[in-house]
Ligand binder design. Structure first.
Ligand code: KG4
Ligand code: ZN
Length: 333
């Protein structure tokens, strides 16, 4: 079975070719063209500009993915595409291209929810056991999900305001650091003291599985009114921000794992590339002697990519008539 995956929900244009049987998936190619360099100039994503860049690169990216995989269109068994959530102009580029290819190549079309795709990066090279708790931490989402199997899952909770990645990005912007802010804050944090600033961790002790990060951004905004602080204590502030984002993520995820009596935790989304988050998760699991397997995708599969979209399609092969597929920018879990 060979699946061509296409992902264009945000500022990336991505295509990947995957092969495999039910439980063993191999990536033959994973190509990503990002306009993030352009976005970093403006401190964030300008939706129309992202879509225009994607229109230019979608065909070359798909062609490159097929060439690298040494797969001709006749050999593709199905096309998987992200149909939501995301920016409408961006989603349309991927969805309409996939519909056209499905029609002219006469291949089945599998629509994939981008959020589920992030979790399925864990099935590339691994096979996590069910039931499992999934933590999705990206630029637009912070969600906890209980997976019973590949088709049954239950949403447990999520952010009430900003997403974890959004909080990294907004704090970075307040500190005049470039976009995307997560990797920048993380890089600076390495040399800093995470206890230097006492920052809020709203909802960390609440008994539900919800999160809130907007109070942290507000606290950072008042701190940096004193511009000398950015100059003199940049690394300490970055380390304190990173810690304040990580703490509730670990606490609530492990609470969900204990409550759901699961033995597996899977992470996904751009923020799960954060090294401190991963090491603290492992450390807490060890210290609390929890019998838990933690799965984290390879760093390049944490952020948006098409391999994760094709991976999800291996397990949920629900096809759709290419004429009927519509992009859905507000698709949920
Ligand atoms: O999953 P993703 O690529 O796109 C969305 O679907 O949103 O996530 C992007 C987010 C951005 O907010 C970025 O700042 C954050 O992931 N991010 C990180 C790291 N790498 C990316 N946050 C913290 N540490 C990182 N190493
Ligand atoms: Zn994403």
């Amino acid at each position: 079975m060979i699946i061509l995956g296409i992902e264009t929900s945000c500022d990336e244009t991505a295509a990947a070719v995957l092969t495999g049987k039910t439980n063993k998936i191999e990536v033959l190619s994973n190509v990503i063209a990002s306009s993030s360099l352009l976005q970093s100039k403006f401190g964030g994503i300008i939706p129309e500009q992202a879509a225009r860049e994607q229109l230019k690169s979608i065909i070359p990216v798909i062609k490159e993915a097929l060439d690298q995989a040494e797969v001709i269109p006749e050999k593709v068994d199905a096309i998987a595409v992200t149909y939501g959530p995301g920016l409408i102009g961006s989603l349309l580029v991927g969805v309409e291209t996939a519909k056209t290819l499905s029609w002219i190549w006469n291949k089945p079309l599998i629509p994939v929810n981008h959020l589920l795709g992030h979790f399925y990066a864990n099935w590339i090279g691994n096979s996590p056991k069910f039931p499992c708790i999934g933590l999705l931490v990206s630029g637009g989402h912070t969600d906890l999900v209980l997976f019973k199997n590949h088709s049954e899952y239950e949403y447990l909770g999520g952010t009430r305001d900003d997403a974890a990645g959004e909080c990294f990005d907004k704090c970075a912007r307040l500190m005049d650091l470039p976009y995307p802010g997560g990797p920048e804050i993380s890089k600076n944090a390495q040399a800093g003291n995470p206890k230097a600033f006492k920052l809020p961790r709203p909802m960390i002790n609440s008994k539900n599985f919800d999160f809130s990060f907007s109070g942290l951004k507000t606290a950072v905004s008042s701190l940096v009114e004193d511009k000398s602080l950015i100059l003199n204590q940049k690394t300490d502030l970055c380390a304190s921000i990173e810690q304040a984002i990580i703490d509730p993520l670990i606490k609530k995820t492990l609470l969900a794992a204990k409550k759901g009596r699961v033995k597996t935790v899977i992470l996904g989304g751009g923020v799960s590339a954060n090294k401190k988050l991963i090491s603290e998760f492992k450390e807490t699991i060890r210290n609390e002697k929890l019998n838990l397997d933690l799965f984290v995708p390879a760093a390049e599969l944490c952020t948006d990519n098409a391999a994760m979209i094709a991976a999800r399609a291996f397990f949920e092969k629900k096809t759709v008539d290419s004429e009927k597929l519509q992009a859905n920018p507000s698709l949920g879990l």
